[in-house]
Each structure stands twice: as C-alpha cells, then as structure tokens.
Design a protein around this ligand. Structure first.
Ligand code: NAD
Ligand code: MG
Length: 389
C-alpha cells in the first residue's frame, strides 16, 4: 500500500490521479489533498478518500470546509504554509505535484527536502528552479518521476540504455488547436478557440500554453533538467495525432519511442507505480485503424514562444524563471480578454529583453526573478505605450 499526497487534487491531473487511486484501492492510500478554490469538489474528494491533511488557498474556504465536514473533518490548513505542510508532513511516500504554475514550486521543493519521492506534473517547477530542484533531488536521493507524457515517454525510452549513447531527444507536440491557422487568424484568436484542444483535455493555463506552443518550450527546459542534456540535444517534432509521446535517438541511429492513446492516466499511473505497470481500463491503441502518423518541423514564426524558451534555456540562470513568470501573467491576461493571443509572445520577449540574468542557484534568487518578471509583464500589459496589444 503506497501513501500519496496529491497537490492540486481538483485539477485535471489531480482528478485523473484520484480515478486511478479509486480503481486500485488495494494499492494506494491518500494522506493529503490540496486545492486552490474548488472547495465543492475538494469536499467530495475528502469524503471519498479520507485524507489526514488538507490545504486550500484561502483561510475562509478552510473554515467553510471545517463547518461542512463537522466531525469528519481532517486537519484543514490554508495558504502557502498549509500547502507546504501537506507536501512534507502528511506521511506520504509519494507526492503528486499537480498544482499549475510557479505556485507549485515551494511545496514540491518541500517534499523533496523532506526526502519524499515526487511524481511531477508541475513542469513550471523545473522551468523556474531546475538547478535548485535537481540539486536537492540528488542530495536527498529521492525519485523524481515525470508525469508529463513526453517526459514519461523519454523516461521509458531511456530505461536500460546508457546516457552517453543518446544522440538527441525528440519531443513530440500536437501543434495545439491553432496548428493550421495563418498569422492573421492567430491575431484574432480568442480564449474559447484556444481552450478547445483537439487531443488532450487539460486545465486552462496549459491549454493556452499548448495553443502558443509555449507548453513545448517549457517541456524542452523540463527535459533539459530531468535528463541532463544540452538544448542542442533536444528537438521538437509536430505530430498532430499525439500517438508517439516522444522518442530517444541513439548514436547508432536507433530511435526508441513510446506510443499510446493520448490519455494522461497512462503516464500518471506509471509515475505512481514504477517499475510496475497498473492495469488501466483504457481503449487500446489501434494503429491499423489509424493507418498513418504525421510529423513535421514546428513553425517558429507563427509560434515564437518555442524559440523564446530555447533562448531562455541557452541564456540560463534566472532567464527560464523569468520566461515562465512572464508567460503566466500574459496567459492570465489573455484568458481575461486583456491581451491578444499573439501578444502573449510579445510580452514574454519584452520581459526577457529587459531582464539581466543572474545565477539561479538559490530559491531566493528564483523567487525574486519570478516576482520581478511578473511586475514587468503586468506593466507592459497595462501601458498603452508598450505597443504590446
Ligand atoms: P488545472 O488548472 O486543471 O489544476 C490545477 C490545480 O492546482 C487545481 O487543483 C487548482 O485548484 C490548484 N491550484 C491552482 N493555483 C493554485 C495556487 N495558487 N495555490 C494552490 N493551488 C492552486 O491544471 P492541470 O491541467 O491539472 O495541470 C497541472 C500541472 O500539470 C500543470 O503544471 C501542467 O502544466 C501539468 N500538466 C498537465 C497536463 C494535463 O493533461 N492536464 C499534462 C502534462 C502536464
Ligand atoms: Mg506534455
């Protein structure tokens, strides 16, 4: 029986994780759950999974939950400290890090520092603080299991091979809902258009990241930290069917890939049970019915976010944390109809231009760069003279 703390349990990844837990009650026990504002769903999850500890964003929501649950209430905490306590002190053997954005960084790091294995969906943690996080992973000797489907595919394709024999990693990208739009059509794209992803059902922020292809940029940086490879050794292929989840090319020309239908339950389950595989009730991959799979180079002109991410990774230091924070602010503004779709990349580029990178070898440095980039991005979005809209 493995005990789990699930951070971000009301989100897309959190809910899928709990579905796996519910299907395998003999394998998993939930010790902690955390959520942002969806207290209604969290309350149902508490009644079903009976965690010992819970954290919500807002202290008022914590009080409401306590009242509603009465004598059945577990220990209910709130805010940043509550999140960190749930990550590090629930007695879990594995923390599922599925909060969206840099908000997931401190609790994820707290779990690692407490010596707990982590199943990482929250890619922003590695983008912002890859150096700090990986240093702690090594120092504490914990396992960091990738949940992101591409990184899970690479993790599987690397198993049993020598890292020195890797020529490059090839991350696949669906291309998102706007893959075939012209530059003029992208200028007019709305949040509703962007939220309807062809292959994957995901939270709002990652859906927009997928439409701009910043998601792939963040994943390139995530892959750099997880697999310790330079940006030159990480390529991206657009693959609209999302069947090949990613590949590893070796020095002898062999390419090893992992395939499956696009459903996050497969990589989540593997991160929960590695090296075992859990039986999942998913439709099988039918390659004969599919007939063909397509691959192409990403269009860096229509989707400049991917190049921005490579640029931040090559610059190093605090640049990726700044890229990530500017992206979070710009995506939020786009979702609120305060910024046009193509201006998301313009804001990020302008914030990166203004940033003087410093080493990102401490949490303090990373958080300061993140905060500064947020201010810079908000000012750019507000100022009509910025020419950003
Ligand atoms: P989501 O928006 O559906 O869920 C996010 C969860 O985090 C929710 O439980 C929410 O309440 C909580 N949360 C949000 N802001 C918070 C804050 N400030 N403090 C505390 N909790 C907060 O997101 P998602 O799609 O499940 O994605 C979660 C993470 O997993 C992201 O980093 C995303 O990039 C990554 N990921 C998601 C998918 C996917 O298919 N959804 C695939 C790969 C990676
Ligand atoms: Mg992914």
């Amino acid at each position: 029986m493995k005990s789990l703390a699930i951070l971000g349990s009301t989100g897309s990844i959190g809910v899928s994780t709990l579905e796996i837990v519910a299907a395998h009650p003999e394998r998993f026990r939930v010790t902690a759950l955390t959520a942002g504002h969806n207290v209604t769903l969290l309350e149902q999850q508490i009644r079903t999974f009976r965690p010992e500890m819970v954290a919500v964003f807002d202290v008022v929501d914590a009080g409401r939950l306590r009242d509603n649950l009465g004598a059945d209430a577990p220990r209910i905490l709130s805010g940043r400290d509550g999140l960190i306590a749930c990550a590090a002190q629930s007695g879990a053997q594995l923390v599922v890090s599925a909060i969206v954005g840099a908000a997931g960084l401190e609790p994820t790091l707290a779990a690692i520092e407490a010596g707990i294995d982590v199943a990482l969906a929250n890619k922003e943690t590695l983008v912002a603080a890859g150096e700090v996080v990986m240093r702690e992973v090594v120092r504490r000797g914990i396992h960091l299991f990738p949940v992101d489907s591409e990184h899970s595919a690479i993790f599987q394709s690397l198993a049993g091979h020598r890292k020195d024999d890797v020529r490059r990693l090839i991350l696949t990208a669906s291309g998102g809902p706007f893959r075939d739009l012209s530059a003029a059509e992208l200028e007019r794209a709305t949040p509703d258009d962007a939220l309807s992803h062809p292959n994957w059902s995901m939270g709002r922020k990652i859906s927009i990241d997928s439409a701009t292809m910043m998601n792939k940029g963040l994943e390139v940086i995530e892959a750099h930290w997880l697999f310790d490879l330079s940006p030159e050794k990480i390529a991206v292929h657009v693959h609209p069917e999302s069947i090949v989840h990613s590949m590893v090319e070796y020095v002898d020309g062999a390419v090893i890939a992992q395939l499956g239908i696009p459903d996050m339950k497969t990589p989540i389950a593997l991160a929960l049970s590695w090296p075992e595989r859990l039986p999942l009730d998913l439709p099988p991959l039918d390659l004969c019915q599919l007939g063909r799979l397509h691959f192409s180079e990403p269009d860096q002109e229509r989707f400049p976010c991917l190049a921005l991410a490579y640029r931040a990774l090559r610059t190093g230091g605090t640049a990726p944390a700044v890229l990530n924070a500017a992206n979070e602010v710009a995506v939020e503004a786009f979702l609120d109809y305060r910024l046009g779709f193509t201006s998301i990349a313009r804001v990020i580029a302008a914030v990166l231009d203004r940033h003087v990178p410093t080493p990102a070898d401490s949490l303090t440095e990373v958080l300061a760069a993140d905060a500064g980039a947020r201010v810079s991005a908000r000012n750019l979005i507000k100022s009509a003279s910025g020419g950003i809209r």
